[in-house]
Ligand binder design. Structure first.
Ligand SMILES: Nc1nc2c(ncn2[C@@H]2O[C@H](COP(=O)(O)OP(=O)(O)OP(=O)(O)O)[C@@H](O)[C@H]2O)c(=O)[nH]1
Ligand SMILES: [Mg+2]
Length: 253
């Protein structure tokens, strides 16, 4: 079976895994990652207290403990520790299917700057979406396409691969916490901004279809959308909209 890395254009791959109390997911997912597909697994820990860090260390992962708030700053802090030519961001909460890694890396080797595992391409489904998140993800992807001349089917998903140098070239590593995120009280990750800036620069972005299974642990908890989760999604949406406006009005890249 292909690991996605054979051939003349062999690339080294770092799997970057943000984690905040995901022990149930890690137990299911880590054993399914074929180690010949990746050269380094770097877990970025947001302050887990459930044994996630210990489990990851025991299973051959490197761990960076983030000191600042939000996923973007977590990635920025850990950026220097990433050794691979290609970064794959991966959520070990069950949303990212490890068996798709070879196909993702294979597609990345076709001279793409970034490859997205799309939940909305024909043949793929998100089982984690609620009607609200589905509508939001699709509407925001459409807005990015219209404003920045891109053709994504899924511009927001975390599961994707890109050249290690891409966040530097797109100056994503220079963005700290914009003022609007402090006002809103929500610090968004860097994937939406990668999609926006790749669109602005007309970079080569590919997509492969990939289901998004439900978050591990939801079955036990029941699929209840808590009010706090709704507020959290609403704030993320608002922060994204501000970012789109800011990117549209200013020439950041
Ligand atoms: N290091 C770090 N990891 C985080 C943080 N917040 C969430 N994570 C992890 O990042 C991954 C993705 O987070 P989720 O909250 O599932 O994000 P999502 O699936 O895109 O969005 P939801 O629809 O809100 O669940 C999970 O493995 C989380 O444990 C954080 O502040 N720091
Ligand atoms: Mg998730």
């Amino acid at each position: 079976m292909s690991s996605g890395r054979e051939g003349p254009a062999r690339v080294t791959v770092t799997l970057v895994m943000p984690v905040l109390n995901e022990i149930a997911g890690l137990r299911h997912i880590l054993p399914r990652i074929r180690r010949e597909c990746v050269d380094q697994i770097l877990m970025i820990d947001g302050g887990s207290t459930d044994g996630s860090v210990e489990y990851a260390l025991e299973h051959g992962c490197e761990v960076h403990r983030q000191t600042q708030r939000g996923l973007r700053l977590a990635y920025i802090e850990a950026y220097e520790k990433i050794k691979g030519d290609v970064i794959v961001t991966f959520s070990p909460d069950g949303n990212s299917i490890p068996e798709l890694l070879p196909a993702l890396i294979d597609e990345m080797r076709k001279s793409h700057d970034m490859v997205i595992v799309s939940r909305y391409m024909p043949g793929a489904t998100s089982y984690d979406d609620t009607p609200m998140t589905r509508l939001g993800n699709r509407a925001f992807t459409w807005i990015i396409n219209i404003l920045f001349g891109a053709r994504y089917t899924d511009a927001l998903v975390l599961y994707r691969a890109y050249r290690r140098s891409l966040p530097l070239e797109l100056k994503i590593t220079q963005i700290r916490s914009p003022r609007y995120e402090w006002w809103i009280g929500r610090f968004i990750s860097w994937e939406p901004q990668l999609s926006v800036r790749c669109g602005k620069r007309r970079l080569t972005v590919g997509e492969i279809p990939g289901d998004e299974p439900r978050r591990i642990g939801d079955e036990e908890r029941g699929r209840v959308l808590l009010p706090s989760s709704r507020i959290h999604h609403f704030k993320s949406g608002l922060a994204c909209l501000y970012m789109f406006l800011d990117e549209f009005l200013r020439r950041h890249v």
